[in-house]
Design a protein around this ligand. Structure first.
Ligand code: NDP
Length: 485
């Protein structure tokens, strides 16, 4: 173990670290070695109560501050995150196993972008003036109150910021529950926000498994729930939130299509397929795991993909030369290996990879299947690992129909030099986030989210503001009041 990863305490509540050893122990495991790198405790009812009480107590005063003052704190936090990018990236790597080469550019930096963007937006949040003849109306944009964020384990820093930044910009308080698999990074986000001047109680982190998430989601004092997780968890959380008619954002799983036409730049398309399948060892919700390749370019595509994958540097994720790390946990490794075995058993052709590596930790080779058909499990279910399925197609109409033949709708991509076709495809895709001649970029300026089973609501951009605030309408009469009797 290279870095000190044990946090001061398990939770961050009311502006300070808080411990309660009465909660079940959570062991944090470094995925590259299997070593325990920290021990934390799940939140007890006492911790959850302290978080809710402090958040509610702090929220009203926070909402009463000017947007400029709130935004200044968020922007200061963004600067602190950028200044500490290396140490935060090292922690993210220890928490998730993702290569440092990746975490240095995609995690704390993305979190800082969200804090900076929403810090800037905070001062611009206003209502509207609506003329109504001699009368008029106006709207007041108000915060929702107490928002709960629940995160998945693949982007612990980013998710903590993508939910926290818009919530705080709008004048809400937040309680964030990280995945129990990766509980370390969100504590650093809380520390930084408070160091930047965030008043105590406005951003709390409580640890725990699904039961802690469930307790938060069903508490009547909670006004909104934003979940990043799987569809089965999404169903449970959405249902629990519906009980109290609470606002929700659901960022769920996917099985996204990536379509490569014969006129595409094949080298770029291979790059897109690599970005959309092997970044973070394939543990990315928006991955384009169903790669539809037009029949005439199938062989050159597979040849270049296989050659490029042979250049992946697999090894110690803390070494900046490493470009491909382990999966997050033994459990995830078992799940992905199960999919690979069943993929082979159902007749898909293993082009490359498929084997666990002879290294400590949860390493699996980047894996490519060809001759995959639409009905195969590997083409239908979210695998959440480094497994790319290649399917072939002949024409545009056919591939669009097959691309949309999934209950998911998170993302979709197309590679072609024919721009009219690219826009036709995008118009036809049933997906929330689409890419033309690239894949998997998620800048804060662009809305991100899914349709169909992949979720509701959008993160990032001005679109997120609609999900962390509500409008109060005020009708103003300028004359006498007419009544029928
Ligand atoms: P899970 O759905 O297993 O868990 C997500 C979070 O919800 C965890 O913090 C989990 O806690 C918590 N949780 C579990 N059950 C409940 C419950 N009943 N009530 C409240 N909270 C609960 O997802 P993973 O962590 O395994 O992440 C992988 C999934 O996340 C994939 O499906 C992936 O596609 C999706 N994802 C979606 C993204 C998007 O933006 N659309 C981005 C990233 C991932 P714990 O794990 O501690 O039990």
């Amino acid at each position: 173990m290279t870095y000190d990863t044990q946090p001061k305490a398990s939770h961050f509540v009311a502006g300070a670290y808080l411990e309660d050893t009465g909660g079940a122990e959570i062991e944090v495991i470094y995925p590259a070695s299997g070593e325990v790198i920290a021990r934390l405790h799940s939140a007890t009812p006492k911790v959850i109560e302290a978080a809710i009480t402090s958040a509610r107590a702090a929220q009203k005063e926070w909402a009463a501050m000017t947007g400029t003052a709130r935004g200044r704190i968020l922007r200061r936090a963004a600067d602190l995150m950028r200044a500490r990018n290396r140490e935060l990236s090292q922690l993210e790597t220890m928490d998730t196993g993702k290569p440092l080469q990746e975490t240095l550019v995609a995690d704390a930096t993305s979190g800082a972008d969200a804090l900076e963007y929403f810090g800037g937006v905070a001062a611009t949040l206003t209502g509207q003036h609506i003329p109504l003849g001699q009368d008029w109306a106006y709207t007041i944009r108000e915060p929702l109150g107490l928002c709960v964020g629940i995160g998945a384990w693949n982007y612990p820093t980013q998710i903590a910021c993508w939910k926290g930044a818009p919530a705080l910009a709008c004048g809400n308080a937040m309680i964030f529950k990280p995945s129990e698999t990766t509980p370390l990074c969100a504590l650093k986000v809380a520390e930084i926000l408070h160091e930047a001047g965030l008043p105590a109680g406005l951003y709390n982190v409580v640890q725990g498994m699904g039961d802690v998430g469930a307790a938060l989601v069903s508490d009547p004092r909670v006004d909104k729930v934003s979940l990043t997780g799987s569809v089965p968890t999404g169903r449970k959380v959405y249902a629990a939130a519906a009980e109290g008619i609470r606002h929700v954002t659901m960022e769920l799983g996917g099985k996204s299509p990536l379509v490569v036409f014969e006129d595409a730049d094949i080298e770029d398309a291979v790059s897109g397929a690599i970005l959309g399948n092997f970044y973070s060892s394939g543990q990315v919700c928006s991955n384009g795991t169903r790669v539809f390749v037009q029949r005439s370019v199938l062989e050159p595509f597979l040849e270049r993909l296989t050659a490029r994958l042979a250049d992946a540097v697999i090894g110690d994720p803390l070494d900046e030369a490493t470009s491909f790390g382990p999966l997050v946990s033994q459990r995830q490794l078992d799940i992905v290996q199960g999919f690979i075995a069943r993929g082979q058993a159902t007749g898909a052709r293993l082009v490359t990879g498929g084997q666990r590596l002879d290294l400590p930790g949860y390493y699996l080779q980047p894996t490519v299947f060809a001759d995959v058909t639409d009905e195969m499990e590997i083409a239908r279910e979210e695998i959440f690992g480094p497994v790319l399925s290649v399917l072939t197609f002949d024409d545009e109409e056919e591939v669009l129909r097959r691309a949309n033949d999934t209950p998911y709708g998170l993302a979709a991509g197309v590679f072609t030099r024919d721009l009219a076709r690219a826009h036709r495809m995008v118009a036809g895709f049933e997906a929330g986030t689409c890419y033309i001649n690239t894949y998997n970029l998620a800048p804060v300026e662009m809305p991100f989210g899914g349709s169909k089973l992949s979720g509701v609501g959008r993160e990032n951009s001005m679109a997120a503001i609609e999900h962390y605030s509500q409008l109060k309408s005020v009708y103003v009469s300028m004359g006498t009041v007419e009544a029928p009797f």
